[in-house]
Ligand binder design. Structure first.
Ligand SMILES: *Cc1c(COP(=O)(O)O)cnc(C)c1O
Ligand code: SF4
Length: 374
């Protein structure tokens, strides 16, 4: 039996022609986007489509979901695997970068193929996930390393697994004595809230302590159904956190960020991470400068409750891990638009925003004069 959410996904647009048919893009726009469709996955859940404001060409929902030609514009500093997932791939499906936690990707399917996604090349070109044998191998790996205390289900979107498969996976992970925590990273609350059936909530409740990290980038992504889903999860004892990606034209604005984080908190979701955009190919049109990102986050402090403010973080390109974006970990290098990223183990990586298409402000902001000290 297929459930309502599965039917919704089945009828959701997966091709440009579907978008033309629904009047979301024009035939001429579709013509111009064939190259993008050939290169990357496309798919937008009915729910997310319904959030688009048809009268606003700059609608932040539209910009995240509908392809643009900019995606074919690869810059020298951009990469197919920006955060080194492949370099750290242990067996297939696993990324083991930190000793105590692993990412497990039980699917590469998503309810929405976000145009800025850092895994968009993997989602388009990755080998098919074979949940049988590959999962056995991944679980053997987890069992064999007692340092691993946490499994993070990621993807793709792990909540696109059917109830039976998800339950089975959670049960097998829970069966490993040294795994203390399971975390689920998902975009489903904002893109396919109908997935949160009473059955799913009951499954998740059974595996406490369980942390669910919802990916949400704009206050308009918090629909009534999304709030209801979070409420049900909270009642079931699931700990709720969020992560967002800072992006030009979507949320690079103090008032929008403040609204997003306060709305999340009021919906019972603690803002956890605000991510600086990774160096994924064809994402320059979304990129905000580090200087602007730091200024935005600094101003939030005076504006909203500290409980609503997430940590602003970025991945050191290549896979050395995450760092906080602040004036101690990210320091100006000699040339305008170049920065030193100072990792937790003393490593220093030069980060060149000029190779990533970031416009540098004409005059340095007060207190950041160093940036221009050539
Ligand atoms: C981000 C990430 C994690 C989780 O990091 P936290 O700081 O614990 O949220 C774990 N593994 C990989 C490979 C990651 O990229
Ligand atoms: S849901 Fe997550 S993994 Fe999927 S396309 Fe969006 S950002 Fe990427």
């Amino acid at each position: 039996m297929t459930e309502r959410w599965q039917n919704e996904l089945l009828s959701s647009p997966r091709r440009l022609v579907d978008l033309v048919e629904r009047g979301i893009i024009t035939p001429a726009e579709s013509q111009a986007l064939h190259g993008v469709e050939d290169r990357f996955e496309l798919g937008i859940s009915e729910h997310y489509l319904g959030l688009i404001d048809p009268d606003d060409p700059r609608c932040p929902i539209r910009l995240q979901a509908i392809p643009t030609r900019g995606e074919l514009n690869a810059l020298p500093g951009e990469e197919a695997d920006p955060i080194g997932d492949h370099r750290h791939a242990a067996p297939p499906l696993l990324v083991h970068r930190y000793p105590d936690r692993v990412l497990l990707m039980p699917t590469l399917r998503c309810p929405l193929y976000c145009r800025f996604c850092f895994r968009k090349v993997l989602l388009a070109d990755g080998p098919p996930v074979r949940l049988g044998p590959q999962l056995d191998e991944a679980l053997d790996y987890l069992r064999a390393d007692p340092r691993i205390h946490e499994v993070i289900l990621s993807g793709g979107d792990p909540l696109l697994l059917g109830d039976g498969r998800l339950d089975d996976l959670l049960q097998r992970i829970r069966g490993i004595a040294h795994i203390r925590r399971i975390r689920i990273h998902t975009r489903v609350p904002a893109t396919l809230p109908s997935r949160f059936t009473p059955d799913l909530v009951a499954i998740l409740e059974a595996y406490a302590p369980l942390i669910l990290v919802s990916h949400v980038n704009h206050p308009r992504e918090i629909a009534a159904e999304t709030r209801r889903a979070w409420r049900a999860l909270a009642r079931a004892g699931v700990m709720l956190l969020s992560q967002s990606v800072l992006m030009k034209g979507i949320n690079d604005d103090g008032a929008i960020l403040a609204e997003l984080f306060e709305d999340l908190l009021d919906a019972g979701v603690k803002p956890y991470y605000l991510h600086h955009l990774d160096n994924t190919v064809g994402t320059a049109h979304f990129r905000v400068s580090l200087q602007q990102g730091m200024a935005l986050v600094r101003k939030l402090r005076g504006r909203i409750s500290g409980t609503a403010i997430p940590a602003y973080v970025m991945e050191i390109p290549g896979g050395a891990g995450k760092i906080r974006v602040d004036s101690s970990a990210v320091t100006p290098a000699d040339e305008a638009g170049t920065w030193w990223l100072n990792g937790p183990l003393g490593e220093r990586v030069l980060y060149d925003e000029r190779a990533l298409g970031v416009q540098q402000p004409a005059a340095p902001a007060a207190g950041l004069e160093l940036i221009d000290s050539r």
